[in-house]
Design a protein around this ligand. Structure first.
Ligand SMILES: C[S@@+](CC[C@H](N)C(=O)[O-])C[C@H]1O[C@@H](n2cnc3c(N)ncnc32)[C@H](O)[C@@H]1O
Length: 281
């Protein structure tokens, strides 16, 4: 179900950790369109956009043209605030909130968390081994216009190779000390195997082919995050945007409890199949 409704079913202060790969608000898919602007460069429906697919895909600068475009990220922030408010209610003092977020709208998610009462602790990094490059050589474009200029050799437009994804680490404020929270609920700290201090950069190769979901996260990465932030198998880990259930699978493999929400029936079914197929050692 929609987590903005489903979260209301969870008791106050009953969740230990939130770990989620939230919709990034970058129009990746229908479930990722979190604004009312129908005149966006992506997934827009103006007359020109419907007529011309190139324009539809990249007709104008992202968020660049008018007030309505600029409201996209504000509407995304308003949407985030709805579920951040519920996260604040259901979590405990010092509960870690770990949210994958987009490089473009990370600041909006941080503000929504902060405005609903959380502290921002750090921005962790998922460092990848490869990425889908989104940049083109400008000379390829210029040559089509009959312009030849060697000074643009090696010059591109688009994005630098996106070799990382940010993970927001926020925390619910606590009234006494972190040590009290550790003693009470075994949360508030982190675990480094063999007395190591974990880095805030988590290296993990990307899945060669996402098998279950178009934005699936590597199971190993989710397990590494759980092992770092959850030291107790009584912990309840909440993922409000479950997708194909990678968090649930990781929890089950690591013997943790979990609660998850997912809007799309197909992904709920995939989650159930994945969970049922786990072989517990
Ligand atoms: C980024 S994907 C998560 C993918 C996941 N990490 C995986 O490995 O499969 C986010 C998911 O959130 C779901 N979603 C979007 N809005 C939702 C809402 N309001 N309530 C519950 N699920 C929602 C989408 O359908 C999508 O499957």
């Amino acid at each position: 179900m929609d987590c903005t409704k489903g979260l209301k079913l969870i008791n106050n202060q009953s969740v230990d950790i939130v770990l989620s790969d939230i919709p990034y608000g970058i129009n990746f898919d229908d479930w990722d369109v979190l604004h009312t602007n129908t005149n966006s460069a992506l997934m827009g429906t103006t007359e020109h956009q419907l007529k011309d697919t190139t324009f539809k895909k990249r007709g104008k600068p992202i968020n660049g043209w008018n007030k309505t475009d600029k409201k996209i990220s504000i509407e995304y922030y308003e949407w985030c605030k709805q579920w951040c408010k519920e996260l604040f209610r259901v979590t405990k003092e010092a509960s870690p909130i770990l949210l994958f977020s987009s490089r473009r709208y990370l600041h909006r998610v941080c503000c929504a968390l902060e405005d609903e009462g959380f502290l921002i602790r750090d921005i962790l990094i998922w460092q990848k081994d490869r990425c889908n490059a989104k940049a083109q050589r400008i000379n390829n474009v210029l040559h089509k216009r009959g312009i030849y200029d060697d000074s643009f050799n090696d010059y591109r437009i688009g994005n630098l190779a996106p070799m990382y994804e940010p993970i927001i680490w926020a925390m619910k404020p606590y009234s006494h000390t972190l040590t009290d929270c550790v003693l009470e609920n075994k949360i508030g700290g982190f675990y480094g195997e063999n007395d190591t201090l974990p880095s805030n950069i988590f290296y993990c190769p990307i899945n060669i082919k996402n098998k279950y979901h178009p934005t699936e996260k590597p199971l190993q990465l989710i397990k590494d995050l759980i092992k770092t932030f959850s030291i107790d198998n009584k912990h309840i880990i909440l993922d409000p945007f479950m997708g194909s259930g990678t968090t649930a699978v990781a929890c089950k493999e690591l013997d943790r409890n979990y609660i998850g929400f997912e809007l799309i029936e197909k992904y709920c079914q995939i989650t159930i199949e994945r969970i049922n197929n786990i072989k517990i050692q």
